[in-house]
Design a protein around this ligand. Structure first.
Ligand code: SF4
Length: 184
């Protein structure tokens, strides 16, 4: 739901959707029309269709493979409908505490400013390098990775934003290659 959409806009939809479809099983057994009806007003309906397809695959079509539950590794998660690199990393890290990197817009900006100011996250090749950096700086355990990933996202959302860098109160200032410099 959060793809291309702000948290404040998603909250009501999220609560309603979860009360109607509290688990993958209930989502898998619903008709597509019922799923889209719960999504009405949120836009980007491909997300709802993909989520529905994902539930059907995991619970019904390939139940023998998945056993009715989401897989835990980013590689397996990426094989499911609508799951890209970021979502796979986020589910593996936040839901399963696997050691998994994740790079969204905010994380890409923080990693670029800290370690590789010359990279441009909008270029596919540079973004791939930022993913490598994200992987290289991950703590060893999945549990510590959970905290690390949350912290990176918070840093990008609150301290090292696109519009302003609060370097004076930034916890990674001493290792950052862009501290107190121009926005970039
Ligand atoms: S020191 Fe400044 S540029 Fe570097 S991560 Fe922190 S806020 Fe961003």
């Amino acid at each position: 739901m959060l793809q291309q959409t702000q948290v404040s806009r998603v909250l009501d939809f999220y609560e309603r959707f979860l009360s109607r479809f509290p688990d993958l099983k209930s989502l898998a057994s619903a008709r597509e029309g019922a799923v889209l009806a719960q999504w009405r007003g949120l836009g980007y309906y491909a997300r709802a269709r993909n989520l529905h397809k994902l539930a059907r695959r995991v619970v019904r079509e390939e139940a023998a493979v998945y056993g009715g539950v989401l897989p835990t590794s980013p590689r397996e998660l990426r094989a499911l409908p609508g799951v890209g690199a970021y979502t796979a990393g986020a589910v593996a890290s936040f839901a399963y505490e696997q050691r998994a990197a994740l790079v969204d817009t905010n994380v890409a900006r923080v990693l670029k400013r800290c370690f590789a100011p010359a990279l441009h996250p909008k270029r596919a090749r540079d973004l791939a390098r930022l993913w490598l950096i994200a992987d290289a700086v991950l703590p060893r355990s999945g549990r510590a990775g959970w905290t690390h990933n949350q912290a990176l996202m918070e840093l990008g959302a609150l301290v090292c934003t696109a519009r302003v860098k609060h370097c004076g109160k930034c916890p990674v200032r001493t290792l950052c290659r862009s501290a107190d410099g121009e926005l970039g």
